[in-house]
Design a protein around this ligand. Structure first.
Ligand code: UT7
Length: 326
C-alpha cells in the first residue's frame, strides 16, 4: 500500500528570547507561577517587520536542504497558521515562490492549534491518492502579533516559531498510518479572536477595545484539552491494537505541561516517552508538533511508533499514528 512518510524536518526559531523574568516587568506575574502552572521558562519573539512566511521559508529550506531536494520537485505546499502573512493570499503561495517551488500549488490551513496535524493529514491523503509526490507541510505562527502583552492570562503562554516536514510516498510499512480528528464549534466561545474577521472588521473601536488579540478562558480549554487529546489518542491506539508499550514517543501539542502530563497519564505513558520542549518555546500554536519532531529527531529510529495529538480553538482536536521512516 502507498503511504506518505516524513523524510526530513526543518525548523526556525527567532533568536530573541522573552523570559519569565522579562514578563515579570510587563504584567503582574512571577517566574514561579508561570513555571508551576505552565512549565514554560522562555519563548521566542520574531519582532517587527517580519511575519509567519519569514519563519516558514527558513524551516522549509532547512528540510529541503537536509534531504538534498530541488524545490522544483515539490508539488504541494501547505502552511498551517493562525497568523498568516496577510488575510489573503495564502502564506503558502508566498513561501512556495520564495523557496523556488515553482511547480507547486498550495494553501493555508487554519484550525487553531490543530492546524499542523490537519494539514499533515490532508497532505498525506493527497500522496496516498497518487495526486502528489512531494509535499511540504509547514507550521508557522507569529503569536506575538496577536497577543495582548497587558493580559497576564495569555501573554505568558505563547511564542513564535516554525517547523516544516517533507512528505514523500513509500511502499514500506512506515509513514502516516491513520488519524482520528474531531471538531466542536460550540467551543468557539472559550478561545477566539473577537475582531478582524468579516463579522467585526477592523475599526478604531475594535483596536481601542483590544479586540484583535487572543481571547481565552483558560480553565475551560484546559479541561477539554486533557480529555479530548487522550480520548482521540486512545481511540486510535485501540483501533489498531496498540498498547503503551508499542509507542516510542507521544508527541503532544505544547500548550501547558500540566495538560501534557495529565493526557500521558490517561494513556499510561511514562514521561520519558513524551516529547517536551514547552519550557524553551512556550505554545507556538501550529509549530509545536514539527518543533518536537525536530528536537527529538536524533532519538528516533526507523519503525518507531509515534502518536501525535493536539487540541485547540474551535474546538478542534485529533491524534495521528506515525511510523518513523528513517
Ligand atoms: O493551545 C491552545 C489551547 N490552549 C490551552 O490548552 C491552554 C489551556 N489553559 C491553560 O493552560 C491554563 O488554564 C492557563 C495557563 C491559561 C491558566 O492556568 P490556570 O491554572 O487554569 O489558572 P486560572 O485561569 O484558573 O487562574 C488561577 C489564578 C487566577 O487568580 P484568582 O482568580 O484565583 O485570584 C488568575 O487571575 O491565577 C491567576 N493568574 C495568574 N497569576 C499570575 C492567571 N494568569 C496568571 C499569571 N500570573 N500569568
Amino acid at each position: 500500500m502507498r503511504r506518505a512518510a516524513i523524510t526530513a524536518v526543518g525548523a526556525y526559531l527567532p533568536p530573541r528570547r522573552l523570559t519569565n523574568a522579562d514578563l515579570e516587568k510587563l504584567v503582574d506575574t512571577s517566574d514561579e507561577w508561570i513555571l508551576e502552572r505552565t512549565g514554560i521558562r522562555e519563548r521566542r519573539i520574531l519582532g517587527r517587520g517580519k511575519g509567519s512566511a519569514y519563519m516558514a521559508i527558513k524551516a522549509a529550506e532547512e528540510a529541503l536542504q537536509k534531504r538534498q531536494i530541488d524545490p522544483a520537485e515539490i508539488d504541494l505546499v501547505i502552511v498551517a497558521t493562525v497568523t498568516p502573512e496577510h488575510p489573503f493570499p495564502a502564506t503558502a503561495n508566498i513561501v512556495a515562490n520564495a523557496i523556488g517551488a515553482h511547480r507547486a500549488w498550495g494553501f493555508d490551513v487554519e484550525a487553531a492549534c490543530s492546524s499542523f496535524l490537519y494539514a499533515l493529514s490532508s497532505a498525506a491523503d493527497s500522496i496516498v491518492a497518487g495526486r502528489v509526490q512531494k509535499a511540504l507541510v509547514i507550521g508557522s505562527d507569529k503569536m506575538s502579533a496577536i497577543i495582548d502583552y497587558t493580559d497576564r492570562a495569555t501573554c505568558v503562554i505563547f511564542g513564535d516559531g516554525a517547523g516544516a516536514v517533507l512528505l514523500e510516498p513509500t511502499d514500506e510499512e512506515v509513514g502516516i498510518m491513520d488519524y482520528h480528528h474531531q471538531a466542536d464549534g460550540s467551543g468557539c466561545a472559550f478561545l477566539h479572536m473577537k475582531a478582524g474577521g468579516s463579522v467585526l472588521p477592523p475599526s478604531l473601536r475594535t483596536v481601542r477595545n483590544r479586540l484583535h488579540y487572543v481571547y481565552q478562558e483558560g480553565r475551560q480549554v484546559f479541561k477539554h484539552a486533557v480529555v479530548q487529546m487522550a480520548a482521540a489518542s486512545e481511540a486510535l491506539m485501540k483501533k489498531h491494537g496498540l498498547t503503551a508499550d508499542d509507542i516510542a514517543f507521544f508527541v503532544p501539542h505544547q500548550a501547558n505541561r500540566r495538560i501534557i502530563e495529565a493526557a500521558a497519564q490517561r494513556l499510561g505513558l511514562p514521561m520519558e516517552k513524551v516529547m517536551l520542549n514547552i519550557d524553551r518555546y512556550g505554545n507556538t500554536t501550529s509549530a509545536t508538533l514539527p518543533l518536537c519532531l525536530y528536537d527529538y529527531e536524533s532519538q528516533l529510529k526507523k519503525g518507531d511508533n509515534l502518536i501525535l495529538a493536539t487540541f485547540g480553538g474551535g474546538f478542534t482536536w485529533g491524534a495521528l499514528w506515525l511510523r518513523w521512516a528513517y
